[in-house]
Design a protein around this ligand. Structure first.
Ligand code: ASP
Ligand code: MG
Length: 415
């Protein structure tokens, strides 16, 4: 999104006490739940706030629309898909507006195109470029609650676009950026957890997490928040609160200040569908890595972790990981590589998982890596590969060690 320069004030100024709230599909899933959302909006409004509310489609209705599309055409045209999927949110904005009217609260609903949510890019994955706030500001001045359809916008050809599944979060954060006000995301979980509670039941909810940590923990965060919404929040320094729409407990604040993070490790993520490739005895030559990875890229294989040993006696080892989805293309590319370099030994390991610990606190706390490896080594399994960034340590481990590793690390770092 490119905000016009003059509107680049900070969200914290918020002179008009505006709040953007977003309610997801579960929170809007039934008539009673829509009424509950309406009551929550009125309560906030009565505290003197001007309310802008973004909603997702009711319950699983977007999935049902997708199924309908595929029932009639197994390759539905993307423009028509967006036309169809955008209707889900149009149902929920009007229903919520009616619920508010029934409770005596003035409200007006708008689709994305109606409030000038301008997008660019391909159908099904469009990106918000700009939002015209005129209509919203007028309606707020008129004392109305403004309800905006999430997940949708309009492109330069006046076609309806959608932002990718889960994209209502991004609509809400983008609105809070242009209105310079806080963003509250209400969902069916109590906030962001350091570890997925399904993997580690004692997992604790985080009070604060930084944008960078959220992005590094994409597999954790993506389940709760649309990744693009975090990127936007980071770019415009917008505070985002994620909380439950049902339980009245404080949620998680997503913000820039990693200083608020006291612990060395904020969270852990585990990715299951990885494969690991080791190529031994590769002749050392300056072009060989480029040749190997170009061949993989040409075959459409997304390579994740890479490690290469320094050459000993003109031979080196190269290891990398890739997604399980690419196994056919990978086997073919590896066979071609080995045919070109017959002295190499190629090993493809399908039963590997990638485990990452993430934390801005890592920069200030020495010894995080040593503690991480100590915790893992106590479980007696080999670590197959390691990579790091300044706030993350990732390693590849045998799939059979997954549960033990998660418990040991989560206990050890009190996640
Ligand atoms: N209704 C859309 C979806 O199901 C957008 C959203 O929920 O954020 O993906
Ligand atoms: Mg969501």
């Amino acid at each position: 999104m490119v905000l016009r320069k003059k509107s680049r004030q900070t969200q914290r100024e918020n002179p008009m006490n505006t709040i953007v709230q977003k309610y997801g599909g579960t929170s809007m899933g039934t008539i009673d739940r829509i009424k509950n959302v309406a009551r929550r909006i009125i309560a906030k409004k009565e505290q003197g706030n001007r309310m802008v509310v973004v909603v997702s489609a009711m319950g699983k209705s977007t999935d049902q629309l997708v199924a309908m599309a595929y029932a009639i055409n197994d390759r539905p045209p993307k423009r028509e898909m967006d036309m169809l999927l955008a209707t889900g949110e149009q149902v929920s904005i009007s229903m919520l507006s009616m619920a508010l009217a029934e409770m005596g609260q003035k409200a007006i609903s708008f689709t994305g195109p109606q409030v000038g949510i301008k997008t660019k890019g391909v159908h099904g994955r469009a990106r918000i470029m700009d939002i015209d706030t005129t209509k919203i500001t007028q309606a707020l001045a008129d004392d109305s609650v403004v309800i905006v359809a999430g997940f949708q916008g309009v492109n330069e050809n006046d076609d309806i676009t959608t932002l990718g599944r889960g994209g209502s979060d991004t609509s809400a954060v983008a609105l809070s950026c242009v209105l310079h006000c806080p963003c509250e995301i209400y969902t069916d979980v109590d906030g962001i957890y350091g570890v997925d509670p399904r993997l580690y039941p004692p997992a604790k909810k985080l009070d604060v997490v930084s944008y960078d940590e959220m992005l590094e923990m994409a597999s954790l965060g993506a389940g709760v928040m649309h990744t693009r919404s975090i990127e936007l929040g980071r770019k415009y320094n917008a505070d985002i609160t994620v909380a439950s729409s049902i339980h009245d407990v404080p949620g998680t604040l997503i913000t820039a200040s990693a200083a608020a993070t006291q612990k060395p490790i904020t969270g852990m993520a585990v990715y299951n569908d990885e494969m690991m490739v080791s190529i031994k005895n590769v002749p050392y030559d300056v072009n060989i890595s480029a040749r190997l990875f170009s061949a993989l890229a040409a075959a459409g294989i997304n390579v994740d972790m890479i490690s290469q040993t320094s050459p000993i006696a003109d031979r080196m080892h190269i290891s990398f990981s890739a997604s399980h989805d690419d196994i056919d293309a990978l086997e073919k590319a590896l066979a071609e590589f080995q045919a070109a370099y017959p002295q190499t030994a190629v090993d493809l390991r399908e039963d590997a998982v990638k485990m990452s610990v993430v934390g801005s606190g890592m920069k200030a706390h020495p010894g995080v890596a040593s503690k991480f490896f100590r915790l893992l080594s106590a479980q007696h399994f080999p670590i197959l590969m390691v990579t790091t960034s300044d706030i993350r340590i990732s390693c590849m481990i045998p799939a059979e060690a997954r549960e033990r590793a998660v418990m040991a690390v989560a206990d050890g770092f009190e996640l």
